[in-house]
Design a protein around this ligand. Sequence first.
Ligand SMILES: [Zn+2]
Length: 409
Amino acid sequence: MKHIIILGDGMADWPAESLGNKTLLQYAATPYMDKLARMGRTGRLMTVAPGFHPGSEVANMSVMGYNLPKVYEGRGPLEAASIGVELQPGDMAMRCNIICIEGDNIKNHSAGHITTEEADVLIQYLEEKLGTDRIHFYTGVQYRHLLVIKGGNKQLDCTPPHDVPLKPFRPLMVKAGVPEAQETAELINALILKSQELLAEHPINKKRIAEGKDPANSIWPWSPGYRPQMEPLAEKYPVIRKGAVISAVDLINGIGYYAGLRRITVQGATGLYDTNYENKVAAALEALRTDDFVYLHIEASDEAGHEGDFKLKQFTIENLDKRVVGPVYEAVKDWDEPVAIAVLPDHPTPCELRTHTAEPVPFLIYYPGIEPDNVQNFDEVACVEGSYGVMKEDEFMNEFMTASALHND
Ligand SMILES: [Zn+2]
């Protein structure tokens, strides 16, 4: 049996008064997800281990069954993998935002949503001026870049810049979490201040200011870590001899890299509501022909949740149902080699809250021959009655990868 996980990022939500106290998954028309819930079995999954923030990287690693306290190394190392930077033992990687400082305050975490093209010039300039045998800057995407420090101590207290708009930056600079990290903290803070001197005079920023745009006038490194000790999925689940990941999001592609999944890049995958669903489904089906496992990640509903836009989020959920879950099910249902399908969000992104929460998410598992439970719909409320109950850690992945194998005769 082959396996596909269809992940609707941030799809879970809270009941809303404007929807008659329904959640969006209850309110939206999702005939295919409901059908698979009806024919399959359901439950809920804790995707955020105690003490972790409900980030997409945390939640998606949990969905794949990784033990967060053991493997979590922050965003830096995942993004390093996504942009092709191979971390050596002792290399500390950090997400390095390029941000806008106004006066002494952080104006925004994205340097006014700078383009990758402009940011690349600035990052290369910083690498030329501040890079050493020990320190390297790498261009990522838009405002999201990478700083690697050889022999850095990751026990640092860093502040994500998107959490502190309009706050004075100096008190928020890097602090050592333990005395041994003092040298690393001082090194990073010196880089922040030097980057401000260098970037203030850069022609790209002079041009941006002249055009009324925010200058990208400081780096802001955070989320440090080393290369994660993640065992490839194939080692834990022999049924996965070959697997693939399809996502428009760097962090997810980075997880896929360490999980030993090959990355499939899809034309027109934007991470937004206008993403090319058809190309993603076609790529997933093609991968299922040759591989045993596909992780198909769709970002759109999370973005709609962050925007607090109920109508848009409903649209993204209905698109996931009609343009992803439906076509995948219809395509594989008659294959000689059966395909097990799981559908779930990574975490809720309630429109009302506009950010992630750590509550358990509903999931469904369907494969030919599965004994269905009594749940008739796929949503946060119906799945409370699901026969899997509330799962945690690698229980969902173990169930999905092994239970179906019993039917594989
Ligand atoms: Zn997410």
